[in-house]
Every structure is written in C-alpha cells, then in structure tokens.
Design a protein around this ligand. Structure first.
Ligand code: PHB
Length: 407
C-alpha cells in the first residue's frame, strides 16, 4: 500500500468506524449477541450513619444476584456505582444529580431515608430516569407524588404498619404509647398504625418523636413509664433500634410493658446487638429469614456463605428483589435499554419467586404488593434469636390514593 493510499484508507476506515459506531448503537445491536455497553446502576445509599448497615445489606444482596449472573446480563456487563448519601437530603440529591448527569446511569436504586427519596423525586421524574426504590417507604411516592419512572421493591411505610394497629388492639393491649424518629418515615408509619388501632377501640396514651439518631432514650422511657401504657408501638431502625430496644430493657420496662412495632425494630441487622433484650418483641414485616419457601432457603444459605455468616434481613431481601427485577427486565428487552418507555412497561410486568413469596408490582402505583405481612415474635430459634411468624395478613397493597399512572 502506497503512503497516499494508506492515508486515504485510514481516513475511510475512521469515517466508516464512525458510521459503524452509530449503527452499533441502534436498537438492533444486541440481537446478534454482541457485547453492548455496560449497564450502569447508580446506588444512592447510606454507607455511614444510623442506617449504614441497611445500605450494606441492600448492596450485598444485589451483588449476590449479579455474581450469580457472572456480572453480565443479555450481553451487558453490570456496573454498580455506589454513592454514600450520608443520611443527608442535600447530599443524597447532589449524588443523584451526579449519577444522572455525569455518570449517565441507566438505572438508579436506593435510598433508605424517606426524606432523601422525596428530595430525589423531581430530578428522577423530570430526567426520566428509572428509579427502583430499594428501601425508603415515603407513602407519597405511591400516592400523590407517584411517577411512572419510579418503582419500589421494598414497601410503602403504610404496608407493615396498617395491619398491626388492629392486631395490637385485639391481641396485645388497648392502652398503647407510640413512638418513632421525628421525620417523614416515623410520621407515616405511626399514622398507618393509628388508622386501624383507633377504630379497633385502641387508646393512644402517649405519642413522642425523638430525633433520628438519638442515643439517649431515657427521657422518652420515663414518659412511657408515667403514661401507664400497657404496650409500646415503635418504629426505629439501624442503630436507633439497637439503642431503643436495649435501653427499654435496661430501664426495666420490659417486665411491665409489651414492646411491639414495625419489623425494622428487630431485623437481623440489629438483633445480634440487641440479643436477649429483643426477646418477646412483636412486629409486622413482609419478611423473616425463617420463611420456609425454597427461594428463601437458597437465599439465606448463599447470603450467609458469601458474607461471613451474616443473616439476611428484610433490607437484603429488598436488594435481592431489586437486582432480580433488573436482571429479568434486561433479559426481556435483550439488553436494549434505549426505549425507556418500553423498559418501564417491561419492569411493571416482572414477576418471580422472591424470598418473601411471589413478587409483583401493583400496576396502580408501581409499589410492590406484599404477599404477606407477617406478625412476628422475637424468640430463640435453632438459627439463633430471630423473628418467628405467629400470624399473617395476605396481599397488602398501598391504597395509592391520588396516584394515577402514567404520571
Ligand atoms: C425510611 O426512611 O423510609 C425508612 C428507613 C428505615 C427503615 C424503614 C423506612 O427501616
């Protein structure tokens, strides 16, 4: 090849390469089994602070599912970009913007904190970014602030609590003190409890909202003692749950006042630090690692093998389901995520056996339908101290008031 022809050839190749590249980004590219661009998943989660262990559990279970797929699904390599929201709304929003605008993620997941979810919502909606919420329960996201771009694999704050109000009034006590951290999730969860507790004849003998991240519950425990409550209904999670449950016991309240609450109060992320202080606590949740379905048994074994014996909690189940939704949707579109409206339709229809039971989204809200809310009691079991189901309520869906999809 002469110098001149070689230069012309190179030029033609470059031009040709450009054309080939644009052809390669067409919707048909992956049909021939070619390797597409990596699928980028942005995680906005707390890796520090009160809910750090929740962020870890979600991430670990996602990694378990993607490792099972050898980190490649329908020709797309899976890439996780993890951002610590530090449990602060402005940080969570800033990290969300970075993941959408700079990293150009295909899918977002997280957060844990309801306030951060509310802060992220408009950016996600206006940029048409698919967000699969893997914890934060803010009810509004399944109601007046719902979005066709937002799915939730975890729960609305209403779901684990609404069935508990009537149950506690009937089976535990009608004189109850309620308490939760002073932010949106705390408010949502106790409102849902009241919704069925009061009509069932329950009397609220007191109500209090310590700050998120409180470490000294003594003033609140004093109030509980003085209120004459026969039972407490509480939502605390992460290190708040460790401190509240341990101090409730140390304060001597456990002998005279029955502790009940949202399941997060005694999940396996906190049970080892609570130990016997948690025994006898009754809570509502969609999961316990003791469920005896085959998917759960495999999940518990694989999770414990991979993560040094750690018992999966509900947060891990949420991470598992989030990753499973992504894997199944990606396979259904042959790895082609360019048509985002189509991807939303495909995600909405994903259904599979989850460790919690049959997983499906409610078409009305894009929020998960809980196959069951289990009423669980903390007991000694052959697997250590854990949540034993003692009753259950089937098919629990958020009312979705004010949500009309597509929105
Ligand atoms: C929330 O902020 O929505 C939230 C946080 C921790 C939980 C549950 C809900 O365990």
């Amino acid at each position: 090849m002469s110098r001149q022809t070689r230069r012309a050839f190179l030029k033609a190749t470059v031009v040709g390469g450009g054309a080939a590249a644009s052809v390669a980004s067409g919707p048909w590219v992956l049909r021939a089994g070619a390797q597409g661009a990596p699928l980028k998943i942005g995680l906005v989660l707390p890796y520090s602070g009160v809910y750090a262990e929740l962020g870890n559990s979600i991430t670990q279970a996602m990694e378990l599912v993607f490792a099972r797929e050898n980190w490649t699904v329908a020709g797309r390599k899976i890439e996780m970009i993890k951002e610590d929201d530090e449990m602060a709304v402005p940080t969570g929003v800033r990290k969300t913007e970075k993941l959408i605008d700079a990293d150009k993620v295909d899918i977002l997941t997280g957060p844990v904190h309801s306030g951060i979810l509310m802060g992220m919502r408009d950016k996600v909606h206006s940029s048409k970014t698919i967000l699969i919420v893997s914890n934060a329960g803010a009810d509004a996201i399944s109601r007046e602030r719902c979005s066709k771009w937002i799915f939730r694999t975890s729960f609305s704050n209403w779901q684990p609590n609404q069935p508990m109000g009537g149950w506690v009034a009937k089976n535990v006590s009608k004189d109850v003190f309620i308490t939760a951290p002073n932010y949106q999730a705390g408010k949502d969860q106790l409102e849902a409890f009241k919704e069925t507790f009061v009509p069932a004849g329950g009397k609220l003998v007191g109500e209090d909202y310590p700050k998120l991240g409180e470490t000294d519950y003594a003033p609140y425990l004093t109030k509980i003692r003085q209120s004459g409550a026969k039972a407490v209904y509480a939502f605390f999670s992460g290190t708040d749950a460790v401190n509240f449950v341990n101090q409730f016991d140390q304060f001597g309240l456990k002998q005279s006042v029955k502790l009940t609450g949202a399941g997060f109060l005694t999940e396996p992320d906190v049970l080892p630090a609570q130990g016997k202080a948690a025994l006898g606590t009754i809570t509502g949740h969609f999961y316990t690692p003791l469920l005896d379905n085959p998917t759960n048994q495999r999940f518990v074994k694989e999770f414990r093998d991979k993560f040094a014996g750690k018992m999966p909690d509900g947060f891990a189940c949420q991470g598992y389901d989030t990753a499973e939704v992504i894997v199944r949707a990606l396979k259904a579109v042959n790895g082609n995520t360019q048509d985002k409206d189509k991807l939303v339709d495909v995600i909405a229809k994903v259904e599979f056996d989850s460790p919690r039971g049959r997983f499906r989204f409610d078409p009305k809200t894009h929020n998960v339908i809980q196959p069951f809310i289990y009423i669980r009691e903390v007991r000694e079991t052959p697997l250590g101290i854990n949540n034993v189901p003692i009753d259950k309520v089937a098919d629990v869906r958020d009312p979705g008031t004010g949500c009309t999809l597509p929105a």
